[in-house]
Structures are given as C-alpha cells and as structure tokens.
Design a protein around this ligand. Structure first.
Ligand code: FAD
Length: 488
C-alpha cells in the first residue's frame, strides 16, 4: 500500500471559510490558528506515509474551555473536526481527508499535569501531555505509570486513550482502558462533560468513560483524564533468551508465569530476522547471545518490594527452563543499562523494518495458547504467496498480540510488493478469524481497517456502534469517515 490521499467522507460538512477562521482566531488567538501551507503540512501526514490529507486550518486551543468554545462554534456551523494528539497513530485516524473540509484540532497545548495524588495513586493530566512526561512525573512522585510503547516520546495521553493503547506493560497492568478512573470530554456540540472522578468504586449507572476510550475521536474530544498510578518497581530483572520455536516460547511463558505470577511484567517474542534488522540498523545494538537463534524471548520480572528477591526468581525460572530444554541460551542483564539495552532491541524492531524496504503489516491477537499455532499457519501461507519474503512477526506474546509484519524480498520492487497488501491481509486475517482472534489488537481501526470491520464484527454489534455514534454526533462532524464504515 503506497501513500494515498484519504478519500472524502464528510459530504454534509461545510468548507471552513475566512469568517470561520476569524471567529476561531477570536476564540483562541490568531497564533493558534495555523493556515499557512508549510505550517499545516506536518499535521496532514503520518509516520508510515500511508495516508495524507489536507486541511485549511489547524486549531490549537490551550484549555478545555477553549476546546469547548471551538467545538460549539464548529457544531453550529457544520464544520468537521479531526482531533489529533501526537500524530503517532498507525491506522490513519488522526489525518484529515482530501476534501479540504476537515479542520484539525490539535491537543498539543493542553499539557498541564493538574495533580499527582501519591496517596490515592492518581494523576490528573490534560490530553496533550506526552506519555513519557507523565511517566517521569509519576517517577518523581515515587510512583509508576505503566503504559509503555515505542512512541512514548511523542504520543499523547489523549491519543493513548482514544486508541486504547497497549504496549509492553499490558501483561501486568492492562491496556489504557484499565488505567483510567475518569475523563473530561468535550462533546461534539461543545458541552464539557466533567467525568474526572478519581474513585476506585463507583456503581452509579452506565460507565460512559469507556465509550470514549478506543473511540478514535469519533464521539468527542478527550481533554483530561484521571489515571491510576502504581507503586514504583524497586527491582527489575530482564533476560534475553534464544529458543528453537514459538512452541518452546509458549512453554517458557507458562513456566515464567507459574513462577513469577504478577511479577512477570514483560514477555516479548522476536524472530531472528527481526534481530538481524535491528543489529544492522539500530545504532549501538549488540546481540546479547554468542550464537544466532531462530527465535528470542525477552522476559522481565519486577518487584515493588525489597522483601522479594527478583534475581533469585528469574534465575530459578531459567534454571528450570534449561533443565526442561525450553531454552537454548540466555543472558541475564547485569545492570540497569544492560536491561535497557535488551529492551532497546525489542523497541527498535518496529522502526528498523523501514530500512529493509516495503513491509506488509498486521496487528493481530489470538488466544495466548494459540500464538504458536497461528504462526504455524500464517508463516507458510505468506511464504507461499510471497516467495523470498522476510517475515518479522514480533511482539507481546504474553498478551497473544503479534505485529505480524512481512518485509519484501531482498531487491524486490517495493511498490509491486506493497500492492499485495490487501491480498496478504486477507489471507492472514482469515486465519486470525478462524482462530477466534482480532484483526486489530492495539492500533485501532482508523482508515486502514475501517472497511474490514463489517467482515469481522457481529452485525448487531455494528448496529449498536452506529446507534451510539448517531446519539453522540448526530451531524456526523466528529472525525468523519474513521472507524465506522459508511452505512450501506
Ligand atoms: C514506533 C511506534 C511504536 C508504537 N507502539 C505501539 C504499541 O506498542 N502499542 C500501541 O497500542 N500503539 C503503538 N503505537 C501506535 C501509537 O503510538 C498509539 O496508537 C498512540 O496511542 C497514539 O497516540 P497519539 O497521541 O499519537 O494519537 P494520534 O495519532 O494523534 O491519534 C490517534 C487517534 O486518536 C484520536 N485522538 C487523538 N487525541 C484525541 C483526543 N484528545 N480526543 C479524542 N480523540 C483523539 C485521533 O483522532 C486518532 O483517531 C506505536 C506507534 C509508533 C510510531
């Protein structure tokens, strides 16, 4: 799939005109209304260079009240809004269409950490706070915010909520949905809903916050969130293990889980091909093991108390895994730096694929026990369809979530390879569906998978989703054309 314009999907909205721009300037200041082509261009493209749209206007309100005023005016004047956070989304949800009718609403100026309440283990933060900034603020307060992903230096809390982001901490702490206590949201008509509660228990009816989490900006604009914090891990042990195949990896996972319980905080799977790419393209990367292995597992154990010995625990896990012949070789990190270096190999695996040419991508999940069986079926299917291709299936094995990516054969024509994207997706997704899995484990639907949704969702579920959309956004002005396919 090569870069393509996002097709127009909001025929009922108006094109923003000079009078609208003047009004927005009065609401939030002219300097926060970008109209020059070179200023708006970066907001119209995304990292993977798959989708590009255009907009006459990027609005950057600085407070929730300003977001509310902007949304009310947009609603009254039938102007379509595309919320944008850090613009690291991988399914095109944050990019406007090609009509030039859609206004981008950037949350980048809403970056206040309103409160960190260490006693309640709660942080109240605005939508534009960068994930890494929150992680650091939590640490400074002696606490831990566990969401962790490769884009954490630029993705924002509002984007993490709107995509229900996952990442490497899900195994122990859950995804973004599990980390939320309350939300502040501006509805499509401009009303500001203050649902910023910090309660652990609150059974007072429908839990509306969950509708906005994972909604990809289709129901409203999240302006702030009340988030859970956790005790800071005081011990961390990371091991890098070479294994023969994903079946051995699954056995290792279960062994580690049985030993460590909730202290097992990371279990990632990587193929040798991915390691080859990382070693070739990630500056400073070094193979922790002396010899190459077909597959690798990164295993992390942490403890939030000094009373338990996490080193003894991980040593026991690997002693038994060697005894049972699950692992061919393993290295235990001897320092914090080495632990970070091991993680860097895993985190670098997404980015380095770009240097190897075209890559056809999937973000799938199956039940954890089915990961090896899925690979046994999907890898031969892809190799048969794409002779010479270089599969790089890697990711969060402990969550049953793999980024099942296929790099082009060496020397192949990139465009011709990427032209096979839909065909290969279809083959892989058919296997996923057959195994009771999901075609989007953590990246969302956006534009990339919008038209696949009717094929995988129960029609009743799709009907209910459309009814919710109509209820919240009767004019269809919120991120039009994303997530939900047009009604037939
Ligand atoms: C290198 C790399 C690694 C990644 N790793 C992971 C990973 O491990 N796990 C994972 O889940 N994702 C991962 N991602 C994907 C991406 O980082 C996440 O989806 C992230 O949560 C998006 O946040 P963002 O602020 O960039 O949102 P954007 O890309 O700006 O927006 C994403 C969606 O949310 C909507 N949106 C944004 N802000 C708001 C708001 N305040 N209110 C309403 N709607 C809003 C947008 O309209 C869009 O539909 C990765 C991306 C990269 C580039």
């Amino acid at each position: 799939m090569t870069s393509k314009p996002v097709s127009s999907a909001s025929p009922s909205s108006n094109q923003p005109k000079a009078e609208h721009i003047d009004h927005f300037s009065r609401l939030i200041g002219a300097g926060n209304c970008l109209t020059a082509a070179q200023d708006v261009a970066p907001y119209c493209e995304e990292l993977r260079d798959k989708f590009h749209g255009c907009t006459p206007l990027v609005l950057k309100p600085g407070t929730s009240a300003e977001v509310s005023a902007v949304m009310k005016y947009a609603y009254d004047n039938n102007l379509a809004i595309v919320p944008q956070g850090g613009n690291t989304g991988l399914v095109g949800g944050q990019v406007p269409d090609a009509s030039g009718d859609q206004i981008i609403l950037s949350l980048e100026r809403l970056k206040t950490i309103r409160e960190i309440d260490a006693d309640s283990n709660v942080a109240i933060v605005e939508a534009g706070v960068i994930l890494e900034v929150l992680q650091q603020a939590a640490e400074d307060a002696g606490r831990f915010f566990p969401l962790s992903l490769g884009a954490q230096g630029s993705c924002q809390i509002g984007g993490n909520l709107s995509t229900n982001a996952g990442g490497t901490g899900v195994l122990a702490y859950g995804n973004m949905r599990d980390l939320v206590l309350g939300l502040e949201v501006v509805l499509p008509d401009g009303r500001l809903w203050n649902g910023l509660r910090s309660l652990r228990k609150d059974n007072t009816g429908y839990d509306l916050k969950h509708l906005f989490i994972g909604a990809e900006g289709s129901l409203g604009v999240i302006t702030a969130a009340s988030l859970k914090l956790f005790p800071k891990p005081l011990q961390q042990e990371v091991a890098f293990a070479g294994v023969a195949d994903p079946h051995q990896a699954l056995k290792l996972f279960n062994l580690a889980r049985n030993h460590a319980g909730s202290m097992l905080t990371g279990f990632e799977l990587m193929p040798r091909m991915g390691m080859d790419f990382v070693l070739a393209h990630l500056p400073g990367a070094r193979d922790p093991l002396a010899d190459p292995h077909p597959w690798y597992c990164l295993v992390e154990v942490t403890a939030t108390t000094k009373a338990l010995d996490s080193r003894a625990l991980i040593e026991a896990i690997f002693a038994q895994s060697f005894e049972e012949g699950l692992v061919d070789d393993a290295a235990l990190a001897e320092s914090q730096q080495q632990a970070s270096d091991f993680w860097a190999l895993r985190h670098g695996m997404s980015e380095v694929q770009r240097a190897e040419g075209g890559s056809i991508k999937h973000d799938i999940s199956v039940p954890v026990s089915q990961v090896p069986a899925f690979l046994d079926r999907a890898l031969p299917a892809c190799k048969e369809a794409l002779p010479g291709c270089r599969p790089v299936p890697f990711g969060h094995m402990g969550d049953g979530n793999l980024h099942f990516n296929i790099s082009q054969p060496v020397g192949a024509d990139k465009d011709a390879f990427l032209a096979r994207w839909e065909e290969i997706n279809e083959k892989v997704h058919a296997i996923v569906s057959d195994m009771g899995g999901s075609i989007s484990a953590e990246h969302g639907i956006g534009l990339l998978k919008r038209d696949l949704l009717p094929g995988v969702k129960d029609p009743i579920e799709l009907d209910l989703m459309r009814a919710i959309k109509r209820q919240f956004d009767p004019k269809g002005l919120m991120n039009p054309g994303k997530l939900l396919p047009n009604e037939q």
